[in-house]
Ligand binder design. Sequence first.
Ligand code: HEM
Length: 419
Amino acid sequence: MTADLQTCPFSTGSLGARFRPYEQEGMFAFFKEARAQQPVFYNQELDCWVVTKKADIQAIFRDPDRFSASNSQSPVNAYSADVHEILVDGEFTREPTQANTDRPKHTRIRNIAGQFLNQKRFARYEDQIRELTRQQIATLPPTGTVDLVEALTYELPAKVLFLLVGVPQEESYRVKRWSDNTFNMIWGKPTEDDTIAGARGLVEYYDFCKSVVNDRLESGVEGDDYVSHLLRARNGDDAILTMNEIYSLVHGVLAAGHETTSNGSANLLWALLSDREQWDKLVADRSLIANAVEEGLRYMTPFITWRRMTLTDVEIGGVAIPAGATILMSLVSANHDEDSFEGPLAFDVERKNARQHLAFGNGIHFCMGAPLARMEMKILLEELTQRYPNMRLVEKDNIEWPLNMGFRGPVKLLVELGE
Ligand code: HEM
């Protein structure tokens, strides 16, 4: 670490001043430099401490006594009074229930959610997920150029999730739009006009979630779906779950459960097709696909950052950080850490320890949908390598990434499907 970087985090040459949280272009090289020179640095634009080494990030995830998750989904840019008014008038009462809740509330709710969101249950849906994937692939033309994001990875994970949650498939496009909006409001850089329109979208989206839950309550809760499970577990008792917690849980899972998998799938396809040899390896040997999914999550982490708040004064990587500070954990940097992954900037479907990535977080909040996302991406690759083994990227470079500090996935992915 150089002396001036150590003593003055605000100096114009410091990494903190050069950090562009929303811009993803050049991000890999920037974090490589950060890990080598100043692994923990302050960024004034977001008033946060950025942590870049895997061991430090893992330690934060595993220490909920000193690091609260309460800020993990707060809008990076605070809403204006007008936006607040729209949310209050529209009775947008979404409350923290999972990723942004601390114990003991988190434990109570995770225990109930986990009786449904678990590997055993997800495995029961494998055939239906494969069928949905095949149906979506069957809508592609036999040859020619298509945008795989638009034609495949955008909507498919939402359709899968709707199966589990118990929401009609026809609603998937509407929900996709709403959750794009939510993600942009939290982690993007929307204008005030966009935020005002977005707030109206949030109200509509929350109303939709309430109506899904209330309709189920009326029509009967015997079904084998997530909403029925939550209502049965509640059994009319607010001490178990309140109705507002159920609305909030449905709202949360209807966004977290597909946007991430959409990005993860598109990222994975981009990485594989950018390095033809890697794609060809999967075509030749499909047993490599499960590991390729892990390597995709590592190399092209869909959630590039995740937040925590310090509950006490702490020291991370030798840097003193006060209580009440925002910690921005760069998950993509953790997953590229040279101390954990050999040659981390190479995408290698045969990497032995690819699964040790932090793309799904770690500790008590570890992603509850991880087994589902893994299965969805594996099935997608199994089907695509079989149906379109000669698929090629139309353009490897000049890919447009969203202006967003939270999630990463190509806006478009043009491919030539091949014969
Ligand atoms: C590639 C896809 C996905 C990625 C990259 C991803 C990533 C994450 C991350 C980074 C967290 C925060 C973990 C932490 O704080 O330690 C999280 C939490 C969560 N995820 Fe995912 N996720 C994905 C798919 C899904 C799916 C498909 C579902 C639902 C079926 C889901 C449901 C959840 C839930 C409920 C939590 C909160 C867990 C808790 O706080 O206890 N995720 N996810």
